[in-house]
Design a protein around this ligand. Sequence first.
Ligand code: PLP
Length: 227
Amino acid sequence: MNIKENAADIQRKVEAASEQSGRSASDVTVIAVTKYVSVERAHQAVEAGITHLGENRPEGLIEKQTHLSNGVTWHFIGSLQSKKVKRVIDGVDVLHSLDRLSLAKEIQKRSERVVPCFIQVNVSGEESKQGLSLDEVHEFVNELEAYDRIKVIGLMTMAPYIDDEDELRSCFRRLRLLRDEIQDLGLSHAPCTELSMGMSNDYTIAIEEGATHIRIGTSLVGNEQKE
Ligand SMILES: *Cc1c(COP(=O)(O)O)cnc(C)c1O
């Protein structure tokens, strides 16, 4: 596993996909998802120039934060139980998984600052996936106005685990169109300019469809649980 080479390879692909769609690669933030790997590998990602790290469990986040603090932006990308908000929220720079009012309420109660959040959307409607359905998002955004510790910076989704490019593209596109609708409302609590979408197997398509944040685990830092 040569993380420097992986990072360079991903950077090239990000540039190509951005160019392909008339966007700038500098508009795409690469988040290294370190949930399957050791602190050592997360450290190597930082050495390779990746300063955005993502974890999906409170324990994993806290472990990585204990060892790597300098200059890292921390993204929480997994479903967050309300009872764990208190433990992690001060250390979460960006939350990608806001999916219910009870979580917003808990953040409002526990956070001392405004937390930039993505609303997680289950575009594909798979039962195994977290997130609101597309048609629930507008109402949810309206309800969030009452919580001044939440700022809706964008929408997040996980595409189905498939190879069908057209279907992946359509999933990302639907999220982008919804993002555009909300952005156009000009709400101060929900500027909604960002799109968190794209993982190891589909990030180039996600970028072509407008992703501003891609979340890459396996093809960047590997998966030590499978190696
Ligand atoms: C694990 C995970 C990723 C990264 O997945 P890879 O396929 O290993 O790149 C991205 N987003 C979320 C929400 C995840 O849980």
